[in-house]
Design a protein around this ligand. Structure first.
Ligand code: PMP
Length: 421
């Protein structure tokens, strides 16, 4: 049975009481008081509970000041809160090194770029290879592709099988003595596949390569332990896990981060500067040049506490049950194609197409009924090319979603079918 008290959880999210309607992109039409919101676009961005918003308000009302620098009271309060936020986030993903192993970034994308620039551009050459999967998000795919172009390193892709899982024999072939980096998505944001990252880490480490885990779709939804999976790097975004936008995190093993150069330069991350040279602050501040997103970091830690109070295992189970239910209901129709693994073996999302209806049209019909889903390529264009489709429709679930909302989705799809028949 469903393990969460969804009714009380929903009360934490004021936006879920909203009604929507009209077209907000047309002046005067988007007043939005027609139909109740059914929010099924959580893989793109999750909603924010009151206590996370309150953490931001509290910061600006009570102790807004720059960090690391000031001797004055507010600056010290802000510094302590911001620094401790790193510890809380480190603890959340099982990083025993605490704050020294967690760099706050804008998002997952910036974390990928940090490692690509600090490490990739400096260390890679034409004799090296970078191994990705065919289901990488553009955040990793485009980033490492560009590193390949600039350094001459070869970019290789582990094949995706018909059922949406990785071909692990192919992985074992591709990851060889030339490989320096294996960058893999933990849970695919398009297929929902849960990749065997610990096994991939072993393959990488056997070849003395690093593994970078894109955990944008796993850290929000399940308990993740960077040390159990032996990740060298792991990245995620606050806005997909009840936190605000503009804040994310890069986990890196301390010994590796210590060796890396900063990728941004400026104030706040330096120890000694002369007209000739500069030395860097301790971890993680070395990688946080300039004034950081202070309230965002503090709010991310609050989001982590919120999720932990509810329990990651229960959140995961809730999503699994909803996902299985959605998968089963959508599978009843011959004219719906679902992409990725079976309903009981995936992360909390289902991507599909309705025969003869473009996902953008389907999405707009659903939107008329208050249902928010994603239409498009979900930043996995090459994967969509491989599947032979221009786009897909994605419903993604979180802790506040209900079976009734899945029913609303299925009814909405029914309506679209009738409209286009
Ligand atoms: N990787 C995956 C698997 C994602 O789903 C996303 C978000 N769609 C990203 C990376 C990028 O996240 P962000 O836009 O927050 O950088």
């Amino acid at each position: 049975s469903y393990p969460l008290d969804v009714e009380s959880i929903r009360a934490d999210f004021p936006v879920l009481e909203r009604k929507v309607g009209g077209d907000p992109t047309v002046a005067g039409e988007g007043d939005g008081d027609d139909v109740p919101l059914v929010y099924l676009d959580n893989a793109a961005t999750s909603q924010t509970p009151k206590r996370v918003v309150e953490a931001i308000v509290d910061y600006y009302y009570e102790y807004n000041a720059n960090v690391h620098r000031g001797i004055h009271h507010l600056s010290q309060e802000a510094s302590v809160a911001y620094e401790e936020a790193h510890d809380r986030v480190a603890d959340f993903v099982g990083a025993s090194g605490g704050r020294e192993e967690v760099v706050f970034t804008n998002n997952t994308t910036e974390a990928e770029n940090l490692v690509a620039r600090s490490w990739g551009l400096n260390e890679l050459g034409p004799e090296d290879s970078i191994v990705l999967t065919e289901m990488e998000h553009h955040a990793s795919l485009v980033t490492w592709q560009q590193v390949g172009k600039k350094t001459g390193a070869e970019v290789r892709y582990i094949r995706t099988e018909e059922d949406g899982t990785l071909d692990m024999d192919h992985a074992a072939d591709l990851i060889d003595e030339t490989t320096e980096m294996v960058s893999v998505v933990h849970v695919s944001n398009t297929l929902g596949t849960v990749n065997p990252v610990a096994e991939l880490a072993d393959l990488a480490h056997e070849q003395d390569a690093y593994i970078f885990v894109d955990a944008a779709q796993s850290v929000p939804n399940r308990s993740v332990d960077v040390e159990a999976m032996d990740a060298d790097f792991l990245a995620f975004s606050g806005h997909k896990m009840c936190g605000p936008t503009g804040i994310g995190a890069l986990y890196g093993k301390r010994a590796i981060l210590e060796e890396l150069e900063p990728f941004n330069y400026g104030g706040g991350h330096v120890r000694k500067v002369t007209y000739e040279d500069a030395t860097w602050e301790d971890l993680p501040w070395k990688f946080e040049a300039g004034t950081p997103n202070i309230s965002g970091g503090i709010a991310l830690a609050e989001a982590v506490d919120y999720l932990e109070d509810i329990g990651m295992d229960r959140i995961q189970r809730h999503e699994e049950l909803l996902t299985e239910y959605a998968y089963d209901r959508l599978s009843e129709f011959d004219d719906i194609e679902i992409y990725g693994p079976p309903g009981d073996q995936r992360g909390g999302l289902v991507s599909f197409n309705l025969d003869g209806v473009h996902s953008h049209d389907l999405s707009s019909i659903l939107s008329d009924q208050g249902i928010a889903i994603r239409a498009g390529d979900h930043c996995t264009q090459p994967l969509h090319d491989k599947l032979g489709i221009p786009a897909s429709t994605r419903a993604s679930f979180y802790l506040y979603n209900t079976r009734e909302e899945v029913d609303a989705l299925v009814e909405g799809v029914d309506e679209a079918r009738e409209l286009f028949a």
